[in-house]
Design a protein around this ligand. Sequence first.
Ligand code: AMP
Length: 308
Amino acid sequence: MKLVAVGTVAFDSIETPFDKRERVVGGAATYITLCASHFLPGCGLVSVVGDDFPNDMLQDMTNRGIDQAGLQIKAGEKSFYWSGKYHFDLNSRDTLVTDLNVLAEFDPIIPTSYKQCDFLMLGNLAPAVQMKVIQQMESRPKLVVLDTMNFWMDIAWDELMAVIAKIDVLTINDEEARQMAKEHSLVKAARKILAMGPKYLIIKKGEHGALLFDQHNVFFAPALPLEEVVDPTGAGDTFAGGFISYLASTEDISFENMKRAVIVGSAMASFTCEKFGPERLLEITRSEIRERIQQFVSLSSVDIELEG
Ligand code: AMP
């Protein structure tokens, strides 16, 4: 298994200023693996659901090469449930409900076939669980990417610091970067966060694109100005799924290739925003993806020469 992804598989209720949906399928690992299925023939999923989770969705995932040997299904229990309400700009949201349910007691068991994966995506989840996954690996993956959010910074700071010291790439949004570093300037925040352990940091800025940092370089990728954003839920996870699966499919983890991976992640995230839940990820074609990536490239490419 080249890529293994860990994270929530969940139900979400989402309210935007224009529309709402109750209990659609969501969860970080759902978006990550569905996105990755466009770039890799197979990937491993480590998560937990209750027996309320729809079989059709699990079947759709299997059909797309998403291996579920690492997915625990708990009889008589409820899946993770999250509900959020977006502000008018759709760039920020309030969490209304987080019901951990099966996640409260989640003890990840990594199947033997996953233990030597080269690429490990630790999707948004309790940092202690992310750590348990790292500890079960038989060999150090070539690249470990971790995503987290303010919820875990608020309730599990020490565990979060312990796990980010062990990873290669951290992805968070701008607000979370400021909270983590206690710095308003994102450049200063990036410097402080890189000193906490990760070699690379990606700061996601929603409709304002994403920044990739290492100790010496910065790269900026814009977000596609979409005519209509229906639901941004899962955009960050889709981004992470596109980023890591592109790197895994090209087997190149240089900074230059990470720049391409950031563009791929941004392009995939733009699809997720076009409909509620992961619906777009289930229907897009290779040619739509190719065309979208090209749009991204043209978005900020320009010939410019200063005379004299
Ligand atoms: P994103 O919009 O990419 O930040 O991610 C949204 C997804 O994250 C939703 O599908 C939720 O089910 C999931 N989610 C929300 N809160 C948490 C949490 N505390 N831990 C793990 N996953 C979460």
